[in-house]
Design a protein around this ligand. Sequence first.
Ligand code: ZN
Ligand code: ZN
Length: 612
Amino acid sequence: MAYLYFLSKIMKHYLLSFFVIALVACQEKSQPKAEKEQALSASNFETYKADFVEDLWKLDPIRASYEGYHLYDYALPMPNQEQKEAYLAFADEYLKRLEDFELEALAETNQIDYHLIRNYLKSQNFYWNEFERETWDPAAYNLGGAFFQVLNYREKELEKRLDDLAKKLEKVPAYYAQAKQNLNRPTKVHTGLAIQQMKGSKSIFQENLIDSLEASSHNTVFKEAFAQKVNQAIAAIDDYVVFLEDLRSNLDSNTAKSFRIGPEQFEKKFSYEIQSAYTSQEIFQAAVEAKSDLHDKMYALSEELWPKYFGEAEKPGSRLAQIKMVIDQVSLKHVSRDSFITAIRQQIPQLEAFVRENDLLTLDPEKPLVVRETPEYMRGFAGASISAPGPYDQDAETYYNVTPLDAYTAEEAESYLREYNHYTLQVLNIHEAIPGHYTQLVYSNQSPSLIKSILGNGAMIEGWAVYAERMMLEAGYGDGMEMGLMYYKWNLRTVCNTILDYGVHVNNFTKADAMQLLMKEAFQEKSEAEGKWRRARLSQVQLCSYFTGFYEIMQLREEVKALQGEAFDLKSFHEKFLSYGSAPVKYIRQLMLTELKEKQAEHQKPLSSSAS
Ligand code: ZN
Ligand code: ZN
């Protein structure tokens, strides 16, 4: 079936291109100028994008290393006034050059790249002149990862990497001297995080760098000089930690900056990072409504499930308490700690089969997902994640990393397994793998775009994975009401992430407000809720991405349904949606709706005119 589908898709593609060529040939005489202009514009835009990326990597060599671009591994820019001016000048120059292009004249995929680049450039003014993280977040100066990314790039020979690292190391003392100067009013919670992280990332210098030095064939002179640079870097880090500890002990409500960024900055950051068609306040409102709707649905299920788990026992009299009691019972069904990975491995083909049988999406049969134990160096906490090759390494495998529960005590493992019980584990696999993140990735790789992999939209990526859960359940996936109840609990987490994020930064939520929301209204364990409270104070806006993307995809689907009526086809909707890559949903919406309306207008034309 899949093979036939692919064949027909390829055929259609050829027919279509043939048709276009014929059309162009016909029109050559009538519109030669416009055609040429468009071609010129397209090739210029490719040059523009290439220049943009190249200059971005020069400005931000650390980000380049993370993305797999290793030409500037030796560099460590100083976080000073000059750097700020360089970013602002870069933004100015590239915004000006962007004016040369007419958006409408660009191909669809370039139109999205245009929007992404423009958004990035416009955001620079906000970050450097208003948000000013460099003045209040000491954790912005953690260099552990920057060194690790260079050291771990095994495509380059070790000696060359060490040459790069030697140059980078030299700058570390000046880097931290500048950092100390920049920080004038840090927040307490970020200062605490920085102290904790800096102590951890010291081991990259003390252990990883020194170990690899021993393995290299550099001569003794180099090795001694290198070791000395490492020691100087470590001394600078130690000094920075002492500085931060000092700072922290003197921070009180007058000297510390609040971790709340407030309504104005929150809305701006939301608009640059989420790129939604809605304001953050509208999304917050939608989340509050979604929460109440989920509670209604969960209560109805708990009513139905009550006799099965509690027989004739009396109900607690409160809706939320009753839901919680049923959830606790349902959560007892889970795999054993030793079969956690096996269970996930077995579920992937079942999810694939369900997607095929229900005609939800075409899955590329040539790219099966590899489930593996998370490599040691990536473990820090238990969990599951997709690790995809970066934009400069497209051919590498995509893995579904699952961390075994080896490091857990019996009690911790039991708690973790109840959280990822028989039902929730399936929703997790839908989210991370099929048809969630992994499937979205396969589709976005079909039209590779460097810009979209660097500046891709997190709300669309997370939104798709959250949408995939809902869509699978709608299609009838899962066994019974328990699956529904546990799915709603899972979805509630996404909804409450948004409420918490906006609540903390805009509505002045206290810790008690947060605990009430997460433990009482979202049925989370204390440890999970406390972790989330910390994350909501350390980050801003990111926790909104899951629900916002989900909400906008659901809205778009309804719009397309309304437009197409009987002709609406879920599978075509999904494939069309994913074909645009990791773009903000609002731009996908524009392009999709425009195309649909054009198609409908064509159909309504009288036959005679289309036959001419
Ligand atoms: Zn158990
Ligand atoms: Zn996700």
